[in-house]
Design a protein around this ligand. Structure first.
Ligand SMILES: Cc1ncc(COP(=O)(O)O)c(C=O)c1O
Length: 373
């Protein structure tokens, strides 16, 4: 039995080192606070890591998805396919541009969009698919790209949780027209708020960089405004904060794979469905997400685990089941999206990050097993 843990174990905690703070302080002292040297450096490291040709640092992951849709001119009258289980931002951005999110159920083994159900959701109005590499596990991109090609659809990969994830040896985000990453504190490395959008298209990249900066474009040597743009710029001290963490991303992923193995080996698989890993992918384990047996009251388990000093929470949402989507579309989620609804109602995210120790994970697994026996 693992030792009694005295301190509360939060669900997530960013690992910020003194060297990261020092770099932020350097930027603060430099006087160049917005979109300076470290935004450029960060973009360069993203192209090196993902092998995409272009990268743009933006103010958050939602902004990256929004600008991808704007750049593709997706809007009123268009439909965009999204998984029914994800963070709400994936569908909110579709609403934000005036298009309609078309939800597709997920595969409960991977928590990713069910590729066998995508084609039946495609209509003459469908313009794009937003596959989400949920919790850091790559979708089956070969299958998705095949469907997209067949139906002439754009693909925007929502890789918010998947920095460092590979599909058949290639970094996610570079398969579709765009790859979108979040740098929120629950991600492997964080700038506080922040996001990066990658693409292999020079034309798209140019438009993204115009749109993120109020539509500013230099035309004939003069500053002009060629688009109705946004202020989605990243500050340079945020860029420095995350740039400084890039060199330990791979170690962090390796460590989280070791923690995931402990969860796998210790948790009671009769009462919990554990996440599975297809062999074509390298998982980043942004979240270790289990699904409780039907007989178990998930919310009670959350309370009990917190009483035992373990921070846990829901993993993601069944988006069409959320109030605003229910009011607008009134989808019968139980019939249409049974897996997404189950993952939402019975799902549990467990602590997995650099600062949680293996001993703590042993304690968490023992505590959870005892609570559900
Ligand atoms: C799948 C997914 N998409 C989009 C986002 C939005 O990212 P951000 O919080 O940086 O705006 C998140 C954030 O958690 C996410 O998990």
């Amino acid at each position: 039995m693992a030792k009694i843990i005295n301190e509360f174990i939060p669900l997530a905690k960013p690992n910020i080192l003194d060297k990261d703070i020092d770099l932020v302080v350097d930027v603060l002292k430099s006087g160049m606070l917005v979109q300076g040297k470290y935004v450029n450096e960060l973009e360069k490291t993203f192209t090196e890591l993902t092998k995409a040709k272009y990268a743009s640092a933006l103010s958050n992951g939602t902004a990256t998805l929004h600008l991808a849709l704007k750049t593709l001119n997706i809007g009123i009258g268009d439909e965009v396919i999204v998984p029914a289980f994800s963070y709400v931002a994936t569908a909110n951005v579709v609403e934000l541009v005036g298009a309609k999110p078309i939800f597709v159920d997920i595969d409960l083994k991977t928590f990713n969009i069910d590729i066998t159900k995508i084609e039946e959701a495609i209509t003459s109005k469908t313009k794009a698919i937003i596959p989400v590499h949920e919790f850091g596990l790559a979708c089956d991109m070969d299958a998705i790209m095949l469907i997209a090609k067949k139906h002439h659809l754009f693909v925007i990969e929502d890789a918010a949780c998947a920095l460092g994830a590979l599909y058949k040896g290639k970094h996610v985000g570079g398969f579709g027209d765009f790859g979108s990453f979040s740098l929120h504190p629950r991600k492997a490395i964080s700038s506080g708020e922040g996001g990066v959008l990658i693409t292999n298209s020079e034309v798209y990249d140019k438009k993204i960089k115009i749109l993120r900066n109020h539509g500013t474009e230099i035309i004939n040597g003069k500053m002009d405004f060629s688009e109705f743009g946004f202020n989605y710029r990243m500050t340079d001290f945020q860029a420095a904060l995350v740039y400084s963490q890039m060199d330990r991303l791979q170690n962090s992923i390796e460590y989280k794979n070791e923690l995931a193995l402990i969860y796998h080996q210790n948790l009671n698989q009769l009462k919990l469905q554990l996440p599975s890993i297809p062999d074509f992918t390298k998982h980043t384990w942004q979240t270790y997400h289990v699904v409780l047996h039907d007989s178990i009251d998930r919310d009670l388990i959350i309370d009990k685990l917190r009483e035992h000093k373990v921070g846990v929470n829901y993993g993601a949402q069944c988006i069409p089941y959320m109030k605003v989507y229910k009011e607008k579309y009134n989808h019968d989620c139980k019939t249409l999206y049974p897996n997404a609804l189950r993952a939402y109602k019975k799902g549990l995210a467990l602590p997995i990050y650099d600062l949680v120790t293996k001993e703590q994970v042993e304690y968490i697994t023992n505590t959870l097993n005892n609570l559900i026996q």
